[in-house]
Design a protein around this ligand. Sequence first.
Ligand SMILES: C[S@@+](CC[C@H](N)C(=O)[O-])C[C@H]1O[C@@H](n2cnc3c(N)ncnc32)[C@H](O)[C@@H]1O
Length: 210
Amino acid sequence: MTTRIARDDPRAIHSRSITVLKPSHALVRKIKRDHPEPAIHGNKVWNSSWLLMDQLKKNPPPEGATLVDLGCGWGPLGIYAAKKLGQHVIAMDADKGVFPYLELHAEINGVTVEPLQCRFEKLGKTRLAGVHTMAGADICFWDELTPVLFKMIRRSLKAGVKRIIIADPGRDPFYQLAEMCEKKFDARVIERTTRKPKKAEADLLIIEAS
Ligand SMILES: C[S@@+](CC[C@H](N)C(=O)[O-])C[C@H]1O[C@@H](n2cnc3c(N)ncnc32)[C@H](O)[C@@H]1O
């Protein structure tokens, strides 16, 4: 049975037909008490994910295709893709601490996503077979992640992935990644802003199979 979150719950955010919970919500606090805490920033829903959802809506992947939510954290992006775009979603993250939050958010939104504990470094050919889109919000936040993500993108394109989108509020490692991708692949960066559910800006790096 789906747990219902009231429309007027002040500790919930309803936007783009999905519901996410604030860290102060009782259901989130219960997980925090019962499980080890996420250790690589997967401790809330990050804003760039809203702008990435808008981009997926604008240029949607084919219905029923497979989408990997890279560094899914609590899973907002993948949950949106499953609920609104009819995607089969693999929600991957290195940190096992995020999966109870992913499960909770999938449940309150009435969708199923496939959890995968895996590092970007280890995402290999077998897993990438049949994937149409890979999308990740706020995942390039350390210098060491730039080469890791570049190599993962190269492997993904070789494996037949059609489109990769990474959203970021504007950190240096992300711009370095964008520069490397623009040199090597069919890649571009676009700027996006939103006012909902709160004011936010992000750049989206979009890489297409050529
Ligand atoms: C800033 S959070 C963003 C979470 C989510 N995408 C969002 O927008 O709410 C970054 C996420 O990337 C994951 N992550 C960091 N390094 C990773 C790696 N090498 N492989 C896979 N996931 C990683 C973290 O565990 C964390 O959940």
